[in-house]
Design a protein around this ligand. Structure first.
Ligand code: V47
Length: 354
């Protein structure tokens, strides 16, 4: 059976076949991905009203692609107090946010209680606000730094009010590329192990892939297939999020941005290969809002959210620093011919904007 027929017949593809998909022209690939997306979600495009909080940029790890973390000598280093974090969460909740997405650098100065205490305070004050927090890289960091097992860190997260885990820290799973990008940080197998343990607790999470730097197409397919393999076992991933690498202000000297074509192909291929992860998220903060909107026709069914404020990708050049207003977001999705659906963090539909 030829490759296109295989996709049309919803057959599972291998590493080699995944790589071969890149050789198809963009429109053929888009049509294949779109037919799967339509079968699952029709013209619905999901988003949530969320607030990203990045409570500290002091980091014990050094990732070459990161423009966000501050070294000890960096005058711009910061750590928020619990009071500040709670104030941000409260203001966002009062203006309609359903989720706080909390991701920090790996700060060795403040201890496990600083991380967990913030979640606890938010949950006590705002029990209905969903806390999506702690990448697997943060879990691994706390485990290493404070001699806790992964199980202990994950249980502490649950005790203190974390509802789901974001997909950060996955970067690219290929061990050689990973070693060059972020040696010393959570390994690929550890990242997968942490998510498995979280899923085993009946909890859900997302998965990301950082692409458009030094990785090859084969590395991307390998990354996606490792996620598919774990998802077969746990079923705990809600969404796959290909993050487009932003090249400003960091140590990875990548001269060329990916073309829009390569980015759209990657969304489409993700949709085709990941027959067991429901949602493909075009995170507009890294794709740019226009390309994310176009990605809706290339397999993506989710555009993340209004974000409100974002510090990681915007430090590296993305135009996401101040989020996007809900009205603008809805109008843009509609103007592209899709139906905006406000969702909660676990993809329950809250409001359909026909
Ligand atoms: O893991 C760091 C990435 C991630 C750069 O789960 C960069 O819903 C691009 O995980 N260019 C953190 N990306 C953000 C993240 C995330 C974002 C949106 C939604 C969800 C979700 C998760 O940011 C890190 C890293 O891969 N990152 N530097 C950069 N220069």
């Amino acid at each position: 059976m030829d490759l296109i027929e295989k996709v049309k017949n919803r057959k599972r593809l291998t590493q080699e076949e995944g790589e071969a998909l890149y050789e198809l022209d963009l429109f053929t690939l888009g049509e294949l991905a779109d037919s799967i997306r339509k079968e699952k979600f029709g013209k619905k495009s999901y988003f949530n009203i969320n607030r990203h909080i990045n409570p500290t940029n002091i980091c014990a790890d050094i990732c070459k692609f990161c423009a966000y973390s501050a070294s000890r000598k960096n005058p711009n280093q910061y750590t928020m107090s619990h009071k500040q974090i709670l104030e941000i969460a409260t203001n966002s909740y009062n203006s309609g946010a359903k989720e706080v997405h909390i991701v920090s650098a790996h700060n060795p100065n403040d201890g496990v209680d600083w991380y967990m205490g913030a979640f606890k305070k938010i949950k006590e004050k705002l029990p209905s606000l969903h806390i999506k927090a702690m990448t697997a890289a943060e879990v691994d960091f706390l485990s290493r730094e404070y001699g806790l097992s992964y199980n202990e860190v994950l249980d502490l997260m649950i005790e203190n009010g974390v509802d789901s885990m974001p997909g950060g820290g996955a970067e690219i799973f290929d061990e050689k590329v990973r070693e060059y990008l972020c040696k010393g940080k959570v390994t690929s197998n550890q990242w997968l192990e942490i998510h498995k343990k979280w899923h085993d607790r009946g909890r859900e999470s997302n998965a990301t892939m950082l692409f458009g730097h030094i990785e090859s197409r084969a590395n991307r397919i390998d990354h996606i297939l490792r996620l598919r393999e774990l998802q077969d076992i746990t079923g705990g991933f809600n969404a796959f999020i290909p993050l487009v690498y932003q090249r400003a202000n960091n140590f990875l000297k990548v001269k060329e941005y990916l073309t829009g074509q390569e980015i759209l192909k990657t969304y489409a291929i993700s949709r085709i290969l990941l027959d067991n992860i429901s949602h493909i998220k075009a995170y507009w903060a890294t794709a740019s809002i226009n390309l994310a909107l176009i990605a809706q026709e290339f397999g993506a069914d989710d555009l993340d959210g209004t974000i409100e404020k974002e510090s990681i990708q915007s430090a590296a050049g993305a135009k996401s620093g101040n989020g996007i207003s809900i009205d603008e977001f809805i109008n843009l999705i509609k103007s592209f011919g899709f139906t905006p659906v406000q969702r909660d963090s676990l993809y329950n539909e809250l409001k359909i904007y026909n």
